[in-house]
Design a protein around this ligand. Sequence first.
Ligand SMILES: Nc1ncnc2c1ncn2[C@@H]1O[C@H](COP(=O)(O)OP(=O)(O)OP(=O)(O)O)[C@@H](O)[C@H]1O
Length: 730
Amino acid sequence: MENYKLTPSQWKVIDFPYNASSTLKIIAGPGSGKTLTLLHKIHYLIQSGQLRPNEVLVLSLTNKAVDNIIDNLLSIFELNNVEEHPPAILKELVEQIGVYTIHGLANRVVVENEGLITIIEENGWRGLLKLLPTDFWQNRRLNSNGLTRELQAALNEFKSKNAISKNNKSTKKQDEVIEKLVTIMNNGKVLTNDDLILRATEYLSRIATPSTIENEISEESFTQALKSKYKVILIDEYQDLYPSLLPIIQKVSSEKQLIMFGDTNQSIYGFLGDNSEVITALDKLHLTNSQTLHLYDNFRCTPEIINSANRILSNHHQGHSTAEDLVLKKPSGVAPQIHEFVDPLDELEFLVDNITQSVCSSAKFSDIAILSRTNKHIQTISEHLTSYGIPFEKLTVQPDWLSDTRIQFIIDLLKVALLSFKGEHAEDRMEKLEYKWQSDFNVIVTLSAIKGIGNKSIQMLYSACNARKCSLWEYISCVSKEEWPSTVSNKKKVENYTSLLKPLIKDGKICDLDEPSILLKEIVSIINDLDYDPLKFQTTKDMEIFKKNLGEMFKIMKLSKSNQPQDHPIFVEWFLETYFDQSLIFHRAKLESELDDGSLGSVKLSTIHSSKGLEFPIVYLAGGPMGLSYPIEDKSLYVGMTRARNLLYLLNTKHGRLGEPTNKSMSPLLNNEPFWNYYNLDMKRIHANPSRLFNSNIIRYNKIGGKFGLGKRTFMTYLRPTFKLCKYLL
Ligand SMILES: Nc1ncnc2c1ncn2[C@@H]1O[C@H](COP(=O)(O)OP(=O)(O)OP(=O)(O)O)[C@@H](O)[C@H]1O
């Protein structure tokens, strides 16, 4: 991170005084240096002696934003080390600053108070669906995604009804069924993300105000620290907050100084609820002591890009009469390029051709981002880039391997083994009961994924174990199958499941397997003998995807092994508690090594949603087949366009105020030496002899373009062999 000269409007925010029970709202447009200002604000609060590092809490919505803040905080403190602290002290100081996602913070509070919890994922929903009686959907025909959505909606409706009337004894059969599911989830500590927020808020509400408990609760309690220690709460991207997050934010920020940065024009989570409702509620938090400041500058986009993006906003007033200190980049001479393609393959070929042109013209692959509205279109683009051997990386909210339901199945089986073992050896009745509830959920989820074990069988077994007051695992592994309810069909399949898992649970073998490769081999060999359809691959491609994801899981296991602390002696438990965070650490380290190795890096592929808060020198907004047939929403388009620093392409992007398509024959790239000089200056890549470099770049493109038939359709395009185009670009 560079030590930029801060602008007057940035300074106004940075040296705004600390005041308890107050709100400072900063309205900051795209590229106005919001993150940089937030980092300097933290530094200033600490360096000026107003606050100690452990009194500052930063909250964001995404792991990416949190990573970005953590990565850059230390640099800001190093660059502005007025007191000349030694590096180790500085690092220690920065580590005391709390930086979390809102869900991460809630998770910490709940885990601190309840131990291991499960946030429900796709496999979990499928397991719960299996517990529903066949007539539940009243013959409605829905696929499994549709059913999951309906079930979530039914659960939410049930919970809000109950919240209104705690004694609501509905006689509706549907409510009785849902109530049972809610009980299973509650007992098994299985939470949805919304539950997590509410549960954490409840724990925070139980904590008394700081003055009355001073010495009662240990310094170690994170829940307590949230209430009493932190004095300033900074919220990044407030426009993304949605109503279900409000309770915890209100609880954490009350009586503190709440500093929120954001831009309502970039509010794109409307589908999760009305953001203005949240803003109104937060505005009321410290009603009499609240102030708003603006950051108008735009350090990111070329004026051509920002003008075009501003046209999209129907509420935008041209020019800022109030901002005398407005900073803008110089014009680049290249307007955003608008292209339309009837055939979707043409859009894909255009991408490959233009990426090659940019890379020949001194850009790196890692300068380029392709953004789309849907993950499906991102997948199509990734397949096309693969066929040309162009390196890419997907910027997803969740790493790919974790979204693979087969990997989730492996994780659920590991949980069955660990929790069942711990349940069998629990010391008291209460502890045993807790393990029962948790392991029951994972047994239901894994059993229900096995071919031939139907809903009715699972429901019968579950009722039978509850009648015996034992866990589902104990029931199916200790009670002989002759005693099981006669309505359980396919008893052999259930018996096979137990006999395969038994050796892992008996005598605690699961806890002794602390070598990742042996543990993984063991669990995969069990799955091989289960009748688990998703691992009977229909295509080689499917198998390759699984192999890749399993490889990722193995890497994360090895990473967990390398940082397993001594006070967590059971490897599998450490891995199951931390794999999500470990995966993020791994991902970050991978990105850093890519930046350092001097190579061309990889093209970034992302949905517009996942690209929030990021910037890229070159951005392609790819609309897909006929702009995916519905017009793009204003704010999504605005966010997508304002991610671009220097070059923006809008492909098949339908929007009334976007303007006319660009003439395709006027390519802005090749033959535009002034633009590439501008580009290299902006990227701080200064070349000794730019003209010579420029000429050799054109020759290089012509050679590669000719070889691969870029820019024109040839029979090769349809055959899509795996070209190794990138080999020629290195
Ligand atoms: N005072 C400054 N001088 C020069 N460059 C700056 C200054 N402040 C910020 N920048 C640069 O401006 C760019 C945009 O900053 P940042 O990413 O913080 O924007 P943002 O306001 O968070 O945008 P968005 O809301 O779109 O995410 C960054 O490259 C940053 O380094």
